[in-house]
Design a binder for this molecule. Structure first.
Ligand SMILES: Cc1cc2nc3c(=O)[nH]c(=O)nc-3n(C[C@H](O)[C@H](O)[C@H](O)COP(=O)(O)OP(=O)(O)OC[C@H]3O[C@@H](n4cnc5c(N)ncnc54)[C@H](O)[C@@H]3O)c2cc1C
Length: 492
C-alpha cells in the first residue's frame, strides 16, 4: 500500500456530532439582522456580533486562514469571518452589504479559480460549521457546510453508508456539491446533487431559508449545479446510499496508445458498479513504483467497484489485461480507503487546470494525449485526467438539476502543478497548447473544473435552457449579484 495513508476516523479530524438534528443549528435570525447603512465598514461592529471570530490582516491566524488550495491565489482579504453558526453567516452577509464589501465564500478552499479568496474582500470562512448527524435508519446525513468530503465519507462508512462526493478527501462538501459533485460512485449512484434532500441557505437578504423539492423549489433546482450564485449554504441534508466493503484501488500501467484506448473502452463497457478515474502522469516516488521507473509516464487507473468485492474481480480483469501492471493495488477495502490514492492531489500547490466533457475521444485525441504526456517538454507536474461516465449519472433528465451534462461520456482534464516557480509561464503555454488540441472534442465543461476562463466557458458549463432558468433564479434570489465571486450567473 502507498505511504502517507491518512486516518479516516472523523473523530481524529475533530468532527462534532450534532445529536439534535431536528433543531435548526441556528436561531431564525432574519429579523435581527441590522438594517442597511451607508457608512464605511466598521469591522469591530461585526466582530462584536459574532459567535465566531474575525481575523484582521497582520496576525498569524489571518495568514493561516487566508491560504487556499491553489497557491497561485495568494490574496489579502480585508478580513476573514470565521463563522461558528448560520447566524454568523447572516451577520456577515448583512454587514458586507451595508459596507459595500465584496464577499468571498470559503469552505474547503479548493476552488481551482481561487474564488474563495480575494484582495480586499470579506471572506466568509465556513470551516467552523462542522455539525454532523447520521441517521442510519433513514440513511439521512445532515452535514455542516464546513466539512470535507473525507470527513463525511469516513463518518458515513461507520454505518456502511456513503454520499457520492469526489475523488479527493480534502475537498469541501460545499463547493463540490453545489457544482454537481462527480466521483467514484458516479456510474452506480450519480452525483452528489442527486442525493441532496435539502439545503439550509443564507440568502443575499441575509435570511435563513430551506430549499428542497417542496420548499423554495426554484432555489433547490438552482443550487444543484449552479454553484455559489444563489446563497450561502450552511447545512446539507443528504440521502446516503448503502455501501459496505468495495473492491477499490489503483492499477499502474505503462503509457501507450493501446493502454489509453483500451482503458476508455473497458471503462465504458464495465458494469456501472465500476467507476474509474485515470491519471496519466510521471510515476510518483512511491514504495509500489520500482525506483528506476519514477518519473516515467504511466497510466494510473484509480477505481471503485461499488458492489460485492468478489464479483468486482471479473469487472477489473479487462483493465488488468491491458498491459503487465507496474503495480496492482486493487483489493477489497472500505470505501474511504480509495482516498489514500489521491491524497497528494489535496496538498496545496500552485496549479493550472483546463477541462472538457466529451462524447468520445477519437484516435487522434488519444495519440495527442500519449505524445503530450511522454515528451521531453512535458512539465514535471503535468497530469492528464480521464473519467468515463454513463450509468446512474446519465439517467437523471438534463433539466432535473442545474447540472445538465448528463450525457457526457468522458471528461478530459489537464492539471499542471507548477513544480518550478520560474517555469510558470512555460507550463501555462504548454497547457494551453495541449488543451487547444483536445478542446474541439468538447460537448461542455464541468463548472467545478473551470478556472476564471471567461463568459464563453461559463456558457459551456450551462446549456441555453439551463442558463435561462439560472438567470431567472438569480434574479429572484440575488438580484444585486451579491454572490459574484464564482462562475457568475448575472441576474437578467
Ligand atoms: C484536488 C482536487 C480534486 C477535486 N476532485 C473533484 C472531484 O473528484 N469531483 C468533483 O466534482 N470536483 C472535484 N474538484 C473540484 C471541486 O469540487 C471544486 O473545486 C469545489 O468548488 C471545491 O469546493 P470547496 O468547498 O473545497 O472550495 P471553496 O474554494 O471553499 O469554494 C469554492 C466556491 O464554491 C462556493 N461555495 C463554497 N462554499 C459554499 C457555501 N457553503 N455556500 C455557497 N457557496 C459556497 C463559492 O462560490 C466558492 O468560491 C476537485 C478539486 C481539487 C482541487
Amino acid at each position: 500500500m502507498p505511504d502517507g495513508r491518512r486516518s479516516h476516523n472523523p473523530k481524529d479530524a475533530g468532527v462534532q456530532f450534532d445529536l439534535h438534528p431536528e433543531e435548526p443549528n441556528v436561531m431564525q435570525f432574519a429579523t435581527q439582522v441590522q438594517p442597511a447603512r451607508s457608512d464605511a465598514a466598521d469591522l469591530s461592529e461585526l466582530e462584536a456580533a459574532l459567535d465566531g471570530d474575525l481575523l484582521r490582516p497582520g496576525t498569524a491566524a489571518y495568514d493561516e486562514a487566508r491560504a487556499v488550495w491553489n497557491l497561485v491565489h495568494d490574496r489579502k482579504p480585508a478580513a476573514i469571518v470565521r463563522v461558528a453558526s448560520a447566524r454568523d453567516v447572516q451577520q456577515a452577509v448583512a454587514f458586507a452589504r451595508r459596507s459595500d464589501l465584496e464577499i468571498a465564500v470559503r469552505s474547503g478552499g479548493h476552488s481551482l479559480a481561487g474564488f474563495s479568496t480575494g484582495d480586499g474582500v470579506l471572506v466568509i470562512d465556513m470551516r467552523g460549521l462542522r455539525g454532523l448527524h447520521i441517521d442510519p435508519e433513514t440513511r439521512t446525513v445532515f452535514a455542516g457546510a464546513g466539512l470535507t468530503a473525507g470527513e463525511v465519507t469516513a463518518a458515513a462508512a461507520e454505518h456502511e453508508l456513503a454520499v457520492p462526493f469526489g475523488d479527493t478527501s480534502t475537498v469541501g462538501i460545499s463547493g463540490l456539491t453545489l457544482g454537481g459533485g462527480i466521483g467514484f460512485l458516479a456510474r452506480k449512484h450519480g452525483l452528489a446533487i442527486d442525493h441532496v434532500r435539502s439545503f439550509e441557505v443564507v440568502t443575499a437578504d441575509a435570511e435563513l431559508v430551506t430549499a428542497s423539492a417542496t420548499e423554495n423549489a426554484d432555489l433547490y433546482w438552482a443550487l444543484r449545479g449552479g454553484g455559489g450564485n444563489f446563497g450561502i449554504v450552511t447545512r446539507f441534508e443528504y440521502d446516503a446510499v448503502s455501501l459496505g466493503e468495495t473492491l477499490s484501488g489503483a492499477l499502474v500501467l505503462p503509457l501507450t496508445t493501446d493502454v489509453v484506448r483500451g482503458l476508455l473502452e473497458a471503462a465504458d463497457a464495465a458494469p456501472e458498479e465500476l467507476t474509474t478515474i485515470t491519471f496519466i502522469m510521471g510515476a510518483p516516488p512511491a514504495p509500489f513504483i520500482p525506483e528506476e521507473l519514477v518519473g516515467t509516464p504511466v497510466v494510473m487507473i484509480t477505481l471503485v467497484w461499488a458492489g460485492d468485492p468478489a464479483a468486482g474481480q471479473e469487472a477489473v480483469a479487462p483493465f488488468r489485461a491491458l498491459a503487465t501492471p507496474i503495480a496492482d493495488l486493487v483489493m477489497p477495502m472500505p470505501y474511504p480507503g480509495i482516498y489514500q490514492f489521491t491524497d497528494d492531489g489535496g496538498v496545496p500547490a500552485p496549479n493550472m487546470t483546463r477541462s472538457i466533457f466529451a462524447r468520445d475521444l477519437d484516435e487522434a485525441a488519444i495519440e495527442t494525449i500519449v505524445a503530450r504526456m511522454s515528451s521531453p517538454e512535458t512539465p514535471a507536474g503535468a497530469i492528464t485526467q480521464l473519467r468515463t461516465f454513463g450509468g446512474a449519472m446519465a439517467r437523471v433528465p438534463a433539466g432535473a438539476t442545474a447540472f445538465a451534462h448528463r450525457d457526457a461520456k468522458t471528461m478530459f482534464s489537464i492539471f499542471t502543478i507548477h513544480v518550478a516557480p520560474e517555469k510558470i509561464a512555460d507550463d501555462a503555454a504548454w497547457t494551453e497548447a495541449y488543451f487547444a488540441q483536445i478542446a474541439p472534442a468538447a460537448t461542455g465543461v464541468y463548472v467545478n473544473f473551470l478556472e476564471a476562463e471567461g463568459e464563453a466557458r461559463v456558457r459551456q458549463a450551462y446549456p441555453a435552457e439551463t442558463l435561462r432558468r439560472l438567470v431567472e433564479a438569480k434574479a429572484t434570489w440575488d438580484p444585486d449579484n451579491v454572490f459574484r465571486r464564482n462562475q457568475n450567473i448575472r441576474p437578467a
